[in-house]
Each structure stands twice: as C-alpha cells, then as structure tokens.
Design a protein around this ligand. Structure first.
Ligand SMILES: [Zn+2]
Length: 241
C-alpha cells in the first residue's frame, strides 16, 4: 500500500489496482492528478467524510470523468456545493451503513463532529478513515462540555471496539494542546489497527507518541506527515520512505 499526504485529513491510498482518495483538501502538489495521469489503476474512489470546507473541497469534481464512485457522507447532500457534481456519480452514506460494488466494501460509522468515518475493505486491505471523529477535549471548555465530548466519543468507541484495519487515519489536533492525542490513544487501545497515520494537524508541531502510548509492550507503526506530497509505503513491517 502506498499512501500520499495531500493536506489536513486528505490522503491518496494506492493499494493493488485501486486508488482511494480521502477528504482531498487542496492537494497542493497535485498528487491525485499525477496518479491519475499515470493511468496505472483500475478504479478510483473518492471519499468525503463530511462537508466542512477542509474535508470537502470541490476541486475533486475535476475527477468526475475518471472517478469510479464518489462516496460522500450524507450531510454533503444538503450542501449547495454537492450540486456541482453529477448525482449519478455519488453514493451518499448515512452512519452505520454498508455499501459495496463488487470491488470494494464500505462501512460507515458515526462521527463526534459532522458526518461519518469510513472503513474500506478492498479485499486485500482494510482502511479506516476517521473524518472528524475524535475525542474533542478542549482544555478551556466547561466541565459539562468536556463530559459531553467524552460521552459522545465513548459511545462511538463502543461501535468501533475491536475493529480490524491495516491502517487507520486519525485526528491528532494540536489545537487541543495536551489532549491532542487522547482520542487516538483510546482508539488504538480498543481496536486492532496495525498502523496509524496522524492527521488534521496543519500548522502545529509534528505529533510523536509518548512512551507507552500504544499500551504496555505494544508498538504500532505510525506516520505523522508534515508536507503535502509526502509518501510512504506501508507493508507488514511499517512505513517506509
Ligand atoms: Zn475537520
């Protein structure tokens, strides 16, 4: 599997003969265009986890001629921007829904923000993209709001318990200060993800897990992308440049 960082929570994943694009935002190095130009793929899927501007960037409509399927969270449907796309190219997914087309299988989960998380099963790989699902713990917030955030997160974690995935993309957001990786820590502890990619952290220091982050005696390969266009190859051994 080859993963290219686009920007924010945006990634291009190449696995087998498939191109999977998640939350493509700006893509300043035009990695998706380059991959399409190489023409070395059989199908292209473009996922949008929710309609926030930093996850749903309408420049992806330029791929409409070549895309196999746009898979959008259902909240995107209510936006004016969704009308820029041909409706017959889009599959909208509500939370806790399943969709398959004979090539990939997609399951959606609820977010703690807007929209969904996606679990994509290509037959050869299982990829989880959290969207804006996270334990949004804001230090300066009221105790009540902090508890609400915690409860919302824990409620969804129950549905994700023991999830199996070869790689998970998960927010580690520097705006939350010390609490920036609380959600990722809990997520990794309660699922069986084999590799972690930190995301949604533009303009903040690169995240590094503290010792013991993955639990006692457990290490998971991780990657904290810095510059858009960065690429890693992920195999059983971890991330390689
Ligand atoms: Zn976001």
């Amino acid at each position: 599997m080859e993963i290219t960082y686009l920007l924010n929570s945006g990634f291009l994943v190449k696995t087998g003969r498939l191109l999977l694009v998640f939350d493509d935002f700006e893509d300043p190095t035009q990695a998706v265009d380059a991959a399409i130009a190489e023409a070395d793929f059989d199908a292209l899927y473009i996922f949008v986890s929710h309609a926030h501007f930093d996850h749903f960037d309408t420049h992806i409509r330029s791929y409409e001629d070549v895309v196999t399927r746009y898979v959008f969270s259902n909240d995107v449907r209510r936006t004016k921007r969704s009308r820029l796309f041909s409706a017959e190219k889009i599959t909208y997914m509500k939370r806790y829904a399943d969709w398959e087309d004979g090539t990939i299988r997609v399951s959606s989960f609820d977010s703690t923000d807007v929209g969904t998380c996606f679990l994509v099963d290509t037959g050869g790989a299982r990829i989880f993209h959290a969207g804006d699902f996270n334990w949004w713990h804001w230090t300066g917030d009221t105790r009540e709001n902090q508890l609400l955030a915690r409860n919302a997160f824990q409620k969804q974690m129950k549905k994700l318990e023991n999830l199996e995935a070869d790689v998970a993309f998960f927010p580690v957001d520097g705006r939350m200060g010390e609490a920036w990786d609380m959600g990722a820590r809990e997520f990794c502890a309660r699922t069986n993800v084999k590799a972690l990619v930190a995301m949604h952290n533009v303009g903040y220091p690169l995240w590094q897990p503290k010792e013991g982050f993955f639990g006692e005696g457990r290490e998971i390969p991780f990657w904290t992308p810095k510059d858009s266009g960065e690429r890693r190859r992920l195999d059983g051994g971890g991330f390689e440049v």
